[in-house]
Design a protein around this ligand. Structure first.
Ligand code: SAM
Length: 273
Protein backbone atom coordinates (compact mmCIF):
# COMPACT_ATOMS: atom_id res chain seq x y z
CA UNK A 1 0.00 0.00 0.00
CA UNK A 2 1.27 3.47 -0.79
CA UNK A 3 2.37 5.70 2.07
CA UNK A 4 0.73 8.72 3.57
CA UNK A 5 1.34 12.05 1.88
CA UNK A 6 1.27 15.64 3.05
CA UNK A 7 -2.18 17.27 2.77
CA UNK A 8 -3.14 18.12 -0.76
CA UNK A 9 -3.28 21.78 -1.65
CA UNK A 10 -4.18 21.23 -5.27
CA UNK A 11 -7.73 20.41 -6.25
CA UNK A 12 -8.06 16.66 -6.59
CA UNK A 13 -11.26 17.17 -8.43
CA UNK A 14 -11.44 18.74 -11.87
CA UNK A 15 -15.25 19.12 -11.69
CA UNK A 16 -17.56 20.00 -14.54
CA UNK A 17 -15.76 20.92 -17.70
CA UNK A 18 -16.56 23.55 -20.29
CA UNK A 19 -13.80 22.89 -22.82
CA UNK A 20 -11.91 19.91 -24.16
CA UNK A 21 -9.84 18.09 -23.21
CA UNK A 22 -11.75 16.45 -20.37
CA UNK A 23 -9.02 15.07 -18.09
CA UNK A 24 -11.28 12.21 -17.06
CA UNK A 25 -12.19 11.17 -20.60
CA UNK A 26 -8.78 11.84 -22.13
CA UNK A 27 -6.73 8.69 -21.58
CA UNK A 28 -3.38 10.51 -21.61
CA UNK A 29 -4.47 12.92 -18.87
CA UNK A 30 -6.32 10.22 -16.93
CA UNK A 31 -3.10 8.19 -16.96
CA UNK A 32 -1.43 11.02 -15.02
CA UNK A 33 -4.13 11.10 -12.33
CA UNK A 34 -2.61 8.60 -9.91
CA UNK A 35 0.81 10.23 -10.15
CA UNK A 36 -0.65 13.66 -9.40
CA UNK A 37 -2.89 12.29 -6.65
CA UNK A 38 -0.81 9.81 -4.69
CA UNK A 39 -2.15 7.71 -1.83
CA UNK A 40 -2.75 9.88 1.23
CA UNK A 41 -4.50 10.05 4.61
CA UNK A 42 -7.93 10.31 2.97
CA UNK A 43 -7.36 6.95 1.27
CA UNK A 44 -6.39 5.38 4.60
CA UNK A 45 -9.60 6.74 6.11
CA UNK A 46 -11.80 5.31 3.37
CA UNK A 47 -9.90 2.04 3.12
CA UNK A 48 -10.67 1.30 6.76
CA UNK A 49 -14.39 1.89 6.10
CA UNK A 50 -14.38 -0.21 2.95
CA UNK A 51 -12.68 -3.12 4.69
CA UNK A 52 -15.40 -3.07 7.35
CA UNK A 53 -18.27 -3.38 4.83
CA UNK A 54 -19.35 -6.47 2.87
CA UNK A 55 -20.44 -4.70 -0.27
CA UNK A 56 -19.18 -1.31 -1.40
CA UNK A 57 -20.09 1.10 -4.19
CA UNK A 58 -17.51 3.80 -5.01
CA UNK A 59 -19.35 6.60 -6.85
CA UNK A 60 -16.93 8.57 -9.05
CA UNK A 61 -14.32 5.86 -8.52
CA UNK A 62 -11.93 7.39 -11.05
CA UNK A 63 -8.93 5.14 -11.62
CA UNK A 64 -10.20 2.78 -8.91
CA UNK A 65 -7.27 3.11 -6.50
CA UNK A 66 -9.38 2.69 -3.37
CA UNK A 67 -11.20 -0.48 -4.40
CA UNK A 68 -8.04 -2.05 -5.80
CA UNK A 69 -6.34 -1.39 -2.46
CA UNK A 70 -9.31 -2.93 -0.65
CA UNK A 71 -8.94 -6.11 -2.70
CA UNK A 72 -5.18 -6.11 -2.10
CA UNK A 73 -5.88 -5.80 1.61
CA UNK A 74 -8.07 -8.89 1.71
CA UNK A 75 -11.62 -7.65 0.98
CA UNK A 76 -13.52 -10.66 -0.34
CA UNK A 77 -16.99 -9.16 -0.84
CA UNK A 78 -18.53 -7.11 -3.64
CA UNK A 79 -16.54 -4.05 -4.75
CA UNK A 80 -18.11 -1.92 -7.47
CA UNK A 81 -16.68 1.26 -8.97
CA UNK A 82 -19.02 3.60 -10.86
CA UNK A 83 -17.74 6.44 -13.05
CA UNK A 84 -19.00 8.20 -16.17
CA UNK A 85 -15.53 8.74 -17.68
CA UNK A 86 -14.05 6.16 -20.03
CA UNK A 87 -10.54 7.58 -19.59
CA UNK A 88 -10.57 6.96 -15.85
CA UNK A 89 -12.22 3.55 -16.20
CA UNK A 90 -9.55 2.54 -18.72
CA UNK A 91 -7.05 2.96 -15.87
CA UNK A 92 -9.30 1.12 -13.41
CA UNK A 93 -9.93 -1.84 -15.69
CA UNK A 94 -6.42 -3.18 -15.39
CA UNK A 95 -7.93 -5.00 -12.41
CA UNK A 96 -10.62 -7.55 -13.31
CA UNK A 97 -11.13 -8.55 -9.65
CA UNK A 98 -13.27 -5.43 -9.09
CA UNK A 99 -16.57 -4.64 -10.86
CA UNK A 100 -16.32 -1.44 -12.97
CA UNK A 101 -19.47 0.23 -14.26
CA UNK A 102 -19.64 3.23 -16.58
CA UNK A 103 -22.26 5.79 -15.61
CA UNK A 104 -23.69 7.80 -12.74
CA UNK A 105 -26.28 6.99 -10.11
CA UNK A 106 -28.79 8.70 -12.41
CA UNK A 107 -28.07 6.37 -15.31
CA UNK A 108 -27.28 3.15 -13.41
CA UNK A 109 -29.81 2.65 -10.63
CA UNK A 110 -28.83 0.16 -7.95
CA UNK A 111 -31.44 -1.27 -5.61
CA UNK A 112 -30.57 -1.98 -1.97
CA UNK A 113 -27.27 -3.66 -2.87
CA UNK A 114 -24.51 -1.96 -0.87
CA UNK A 115 -23.59 -1.74 2.83
CA UNK A 116 -21.42 1.26 2.07
CA UNK A 117 -21.41 3.92 -0.63
CA UNK A 118 -18.39 6.22 -0.79
CA UNK A 119 -17.68 9.32 -2.84
CA UNK A 120 -14.03 10.29 -2.46
CA UNK A 121 -11.53 12.79 -3.84
CA UNK A 122 -14.01 15.66 -3.32
CA UNK A 123 -16.14 14.26 -6.15
CA UNK A 124 -19.23 15.50 -4.30
CA UNK A 125 -18.15 19.06 -5.19
CA UNK A 126 -18.83 18.32 -8.86
CA UNK A 127 -22.52 18.67 -7.98
CA UNK A 128 -23.04 22.38 -8.54
CA UNK A 129 -26.67 22.83 -7.52
CA UNK A 130 -29.00 21.71 -4.75
CA UNK A 131 -30.99 19.73 -7.30
CA UNK A 132 -27.90 17.81 -8.43
CA UNK A 133 -26.97 17.05 -4.83
CA UNK A 134 -30.52 15.92 -4.02
CA UNK A 135 -30.60 13.62 -7.06
CA UNK A 136 -27.28 12.10 -5.99
CA UNK A 137 -28.54 11.53 -2.45
CA UNK A 138 -31.69 9.86 -3.76
CA UNK A 139 -29.53 7.55 -5.86
CA UNK A 140 -27.31 6.73 -2.89
CA UNK A 141 -30.32 5.95 -0.75
CA UNK A 142 -31.67 3.68 -3.43
CA UNK A 143 -28.33 1.84 -3.68
CA UNK A 144 -27.95 1.23 0.06
CA UNK A 145 -29.08 -1.79 2.06
CA UNK A 146 -31.48 -0.92 4.93
CA UNK A 147 -28.55 -0.49 7.33
CA UNK A 148 -26.13 0.96 4.79
CA UNK A 149 -24.01 4.10 5.19
CA UNK A 150 -22.76 6.84 2.89
CA UNK A 151 -19.32 8.41 3.45
CA UNK A 152 -17.96 11.40 1.54
CA UNK A 153 -16.16 14.68 1.99
CA UNK A 154 -16.33 18.22 0.73
CA UNK A 155 -13.93 21.11 1.33
CA UNK A 156 -14.93 23.65 3.97
CA UNK A 157 -15.51 27.00 2.24
CA UNK A 158 -14.55 28.85 5.45
CA UNK A 159 -10.83 28.10 4.86
CA UNK A 160 -10.92 29.32 1.24
CA UNK A 161 -8.71 26.53 -0.08
CA UNK A 162 -9.03 27.81 -3.64
CA UNK A 163 -6.76 30.74 -2.71
CA UNK A 164 -3.86 28.28 -2.87
CA UNK A 165 -4.79 27.22 -6.39
CA UNK A 166 -2.50 29.56 -8.27
CA UNK A 167 0.32 29.19 -10.78
CA UNK A 168 2.97 29.75 -8.09
CA UNK A 169 1.93 26.43 -6.50
CA UNK A 170 2.77 24.33 -9.56
CA UNK A 171 3.43 20.64 -9.13
CA UNK A 172 5.89 18.76 -11.28
CA UNK A 173 5.45 15.08 -12.01
CA UNK A 174 7.07 12.45 -14.18
CA UNK A 175 4.79 10.39 -16.39
CA UNK A 176 5.09 6.66 -17.06
CA UNK A 177 7.41 7.36 -20.03
CA UNK A 178 9.74 9.44 -17.84
CA UNK A 179 8.62 12.80 -19.26
CA UNK A 180 8.15 15.85 -17.03
CA UNK A 181 4.69 17.37 -16.76
CA UNK A 182 4.02 20.59 -14.85
CA UNK A 183 0.48 21.10 -13.55
CA UNK A 184 -0.79 24.55 -12.54
CA UNK A 185 -4.13 25.95 -11.44
CA UNK A 186 -5.65 29.39 -11.76
CA UNK A 187 -8.96 30.52 -10.33
CA UNK A 188 -11.14 32.51 -12.70
CA UNK A 189 -14.11 33.30 -10.44
CA UNK A 190 -15.79 32.52 -7.14
CA UNK A 191 -19.54 33.06 -7.34
CA UNK A 192 -22.09 31.84 -4.80
CA UNK A 193 -19.74 29.14 -3.54
CA UNK A 194 -18.88 27.87 -7.01
CA UNK A 195 -15.19 28.15 -7.85
CA UNK A 196 -14.30 28.16 -11.51
CA UNK A 197 -10.68 27.46 -12.39
CA UNK A 198 -8.34 26.22 -15.06
CA UNK A 199 -5.86 23.40 -14.83
CA UNK A 200 -2.92 23.53 -17.23
CA UNK A 201 -0.70 20.59 -18.12
CA UNK A 202 2.63 21.61 -19.66
CA UNK A 203 4.71 18.73 -20.88
CA UNK A 204 5.50 16.61 -23.88
CA UNK A 205 2.82 18.22 -26.08
CA UNK A 206 3.26 21.00 -28.64
CA UNK A 207 0.86 23.19 -26.66
CA UNK A 208 -0.01 23.07 -22.97
CA UNK A 209 -3.33 21.32 -22.40
CA UNK A 210 -5.85 23.43 -20.53
CA UNK A 211 -8.99 22.14 -18.82
CA UNK A 212 -11.71 24.19 -17.14
CA UNK A 213 -13.71 23.14 -14.13
CA UNK A 214 -16.20 24.30 -11.52
CA UNK A 215 -16.51 22.98 -7.98
CA UNK A 216 -19.06 23.86 -5.35
CA UNK A 217 -17.95 24.72 -1.81
CA UNK A 218 -20.90 24.03 0.46
CA UNK A 219 -20.93 25.17 4.11
CA UNK A 220 -21.58 22.32 6.55
CA UNK A 221 -24.97 23.68 7.75
CA UNK A 222 -26.21 23.88 4.14
CA UNK A 223 -24.93 20.39 3.45
CA UNK A 224 -26.78 19.10 6.51
CA UNK A 225 -29.96 20.80 5.34
CA UNK A 226 -29.71 18.95 2.02
CA UNK A 227 -29.01 15.66 3.77
CA UNK A 228 -31.95 16.18 6.11
CA UNK A 229 -34.17 17.11 3.19
CA UNK A 230 -33.39 13.74 1.54
CA UNK A 231 -33.90 11.76 4.75
CA UNK A 232 -30.27 11.30 5.82
CA UNK A 233 -28.99 11.62 9.36
CA UNK A 234 -25.33 12.47 10.04
CA UNK A 235 -23.73 9.98 12.42
CA UNK A 236 -20.08 11.07 12.16
CA UNK A 237 -18.50 14.37 11.17
CA UNK A 238 -14.77 15.02 11.05
CA UNK A 239 -12.57 17.92 10.05
CA UNK A 240 -9.53 15.88 9.12
CA UNK A 241 -8.61 12.33 8.16
CA UNK A 242 -7.29 11.40 11.60
CA UNK A 243 -10.90 11.77 12.82
CA UNK A 244 -10.30 15.15 14.40
CA UNK A 245 -13.80 16.52 15.16
CA UNK A 246 -15.08 19.11 12.69
CA UNK A 247 -14.88 22.77 13.67
CA UNK A 248 -15.78 25.83 11.64
CA UNK A 249 -12.10 26.21 10.64
CA UNK A 250 -11.54 22.60 9.59
CA UNK A 251 -10.21 22.12 6.11
CA UNK A 252 -12.52 19.21 5.31
CA UNK A 253 -16.17 18.41 5.99
CA UNK A 254 -15.98 14.61 6.27
CA UNK A 255 -19.39 13.04 6.68
CA UNK A 256 -20.71 9.57 7.45
CA UNK A 257 -24.46 9.42 7.14
CA UNK A 258 -27.31 6.99 6.61
CA UNK A 259 -30.94 7.24 5.55
CA UNK A 260 -33.30 7.53 8.50
CA UNK A 261 -35.78 5.37 6.66
CA UNK A 262 -34.37 3.03 4.02
CA UNK A 263 -35.72 3.10 0.50
CA UNK A 264 -38.87 1.12 0.05
CA UNK A 265 -38.37 -2.04 -2.00
CA UNK A 266 -39.37 -1.56 -5.62
CA UNK A 267 -42.95 -2.64 -6.32
CA UNK A 268 -42.78 -5.98 -8.19
CA UNK A 269 -44.39 -6.07 -11.64
CA UNK A 270 -48.10 -7.02 -11.59
CA UNK A 271 -47.55 -10.46 -13.15
CA UNK A 272 -45.06 -11.38 -10.40
CA UNK A 273 -47.46 -10.62 -7.55
C1 SAM B 1 -11.56 13.96 -8.61
S1 SAM B 1 -12.04 12.50 -9.35
C2 SAM B 1 -12.08 11.44 -7.94
C3 SAM B 1 -11.72 10.04 -8.30
C4 SAM B 1 -11.57 9.11 -7.08
N1 SAM B 1 -12.80 9.04 -6.33
C5 SAM B 1 -10.43 9.53 -6.19
O1 SAM B 1 -10.65 9.82 -5.02
O2 SAM B 1 -9.31 9.58 -6.70
C6 SAM B 1 -13.76 12.73 -9.69
C7 SAM B 1 -14.40 11.59 -10.47
O3 SAM B 1 -15.80 11.79 -10.51
C8 SAM B 1 -16.27 11.42 -11.77
N2 SAM B 1 -17.56 12.07 -12.01
C9 SAM B 1 -17.84 13.18 -12.69
N3 SAM B 1 -19.16 13.45 -12.66
C10 SAM B 1 -19.73 12.46 -11.92
C11 SAM B 1 -21.06 12.14 -11.53
N4 SAM B 1 -22.08 12.93 -11.87
N5 SAM B 1 -21.27 11.03 -10.78
C12 SAM B 1 -20.24 10.25 -10.44
N6 SAM B 1 -18.96 10.50 -10.77
C13 SAM B 1 -18.72 11.58 -11.51
C14 SAM B 1 -15.16 11.83 -12.73
O4 SAM B 1 -15.24 11.14 -13.96
C15 SAM B 1 -13.93 11.50 -11.91
O5 SAM B 1 -13.45 10.21 -12.18
Amino acid sequence: MRGDKTPRTRPRCFGTLRHMPDPYEDEELAALYDTINGWDASDDFYLRLVLSANSVLDVGCGTGTLLKAARDNGHTGRLCGLDPADGMLAQARDRPDVEWVRGTLGTVPFAGEFDLVVMTGHAFQILLTDDEARALLDGVRQALTPTGRFAFETRNPAVRGWERWNPADASEITDAAGRTVVVTHEVESVVDGVVRFSETYSGPWEQPRVTWASLRFLPAPELDELLGDRGFVVTERYGWWDRTPFTENSREVITITHPLVPSLPAVPPADAR
